[in-house]
Design a protein around this ligand. Structure first.
Ligand SMILES: Nc1ncnc2c1ncn2[C@@H]1O[C@H](COP(=O)(O)OP(=O)(O)O)[C@@H](O)[C@H]1O
Ligand SMILES: CC(=O)N[C@@H](CCC(=O)OP(=O)(O)O)C(=O)O
Length: 302
């Protein structure tokens, strides 16, 4: 077989892509990154497989990925099947006892298990856990005020404490933790467990975990290219925003972007140097974000 000038030029292009990653590998090797994998970004076998490859790729670049997965659409699908109605307020699911059972079953028993299985098809990397395991998370009931009105969201929680040891132990053993955002409740007055589990938005849980772990990045995969300043005007995609600018925008955000951008803000305010919203509908978009100079999506910086 003869090698043509076209083959040579293609090979040079591939080499250039690989070498562009070098400074980023040098910068991030040895660091932890929290990757929030949204339910809307795991809607096909192709997307799930690309995500899993990215996790294994990061791992072999010496980066420690910690996956926090969502599963909102998957929970809604199961609630529909069971004829249980559910609504969102301020981007959060109003959660009754009956809904909570389904949330726990779908997040920990279905979505988390599926991701663990897919990652482990590449080697024995992934260990699944929920916020209930080893008290990874403890939560208080969310007190949500929108337009001055106190919203009763039921069994929805905010993480108030993260026990990082179960995660750092797994990382030290060369594992990829895969975390579901369900958390045991503690009483805010007594700090004692109430025996209730709470539904925590996965963006919120990922931000708390990223801050507690001192992560180098929080990467949030979702089903849009990033944050739009004037949603849904496609020309208003924001590529980079500071914490101050984002704080000024929070009141104008809608639906799922509310907890997502609050989470990014909270992460950078708590010392995570960068948070990113990345389009999870594009296979491997996360690798472009981490390993290329231009990056993709929306970057939030302190
Ligand atoms: N300003 C905005 N920029 C981008 N998306 C927005 C904005 N406001 C609302 N959205 C909506 O937020 C959705 C993402 O939130 P969500 O559905 O909760 O995602 P996920 O399941 O990935 O957590 C987008 O699909 C979009 O419909
Ligand atoms: C309180 C709350 O809203 N919890 C979310 C938990 C799952 C989640 O956050 O999933 P995504 O990341 O796919 O949206 C829910 O019940 O849908």
């Amino acid at each position: 077989m003869t090698i043509t000038p076209r083959d040579m030029s293609k090979a040079a292009e591939k080499a250039a892509v690989l070498i562009e990653a070098l400074p980023w590998i040098q910068k991030f090797a040895g660091t932890t990154m929290v990757i929030k994998y949204g339910g809307n970004a795991m809607v096909s076998d192709e997307l799930r497989e690309a995500f899993v490859q990215d996790m294994v790729f990061l791992h072999h670049c010496g980066i420690h990925p910690v996956v926090v997965h969502g599963g909102g659409p998957q929970i809604s699908e199961m609630l529909d099947k069971l004829d249980i109605e559910s609504e969102f307020r301020g981007g959060l699911r109003v959660t009754t006892e009956e809904t909570m059972e389904v949330v726990r079953m779908v997040l920990t028993g279905k979505v988390g298990r599926q991701l663990v299985g897919l990652i482990n098809a590449h080697g024995t990397y992934a260990v699944g856990m929920s916020g209930e395991d080893a008290d990874l998370f403890v939560a208080h009931r969310t007190q949500h005020v929108i337009d001055g009105e106190q919203l009763d969201l039921g069994l929805v929680g905010d993480v108030v404490n993260v026990n990082t040891a179960p995660i750092t132990d797994l990382i030290a053993n060369g594992r990829i933790p895969v975390v579901s955002s369900v958390a045991p409740e503690v009483d805010p007055d007594t700090n004692q467990p109430t025996g209730q589990v709470l539904n925590v938005n996965a963006d919120t849980a990922a931000a708390e975990l990223a801050a507690a772990l001192g992560a180098a990045k929080l990467v949030v995969l979702t089903d849009v290219e990033g944050l739009y300043g004037n949603w849904p005007d496609p020309s208003s995609l924001i590529t980079s925003i500071t914490a101050d600018e984002l704080r000024g925008m929070l009141d104008r955000l809608e639906s799922g972007m509310i907890p997502k951008m609050r989470a990014c803000l909270s992460a950078v305010e708590s010392g995570v140097p960068q948070a990113h919203i990345v389009d999870g509908r594009q296979p491997h978009s996360m690798l472009l974000e981490i390993f290329t100079t231009a990056g993709v999506g929306t970057q939030v910086t302190p």
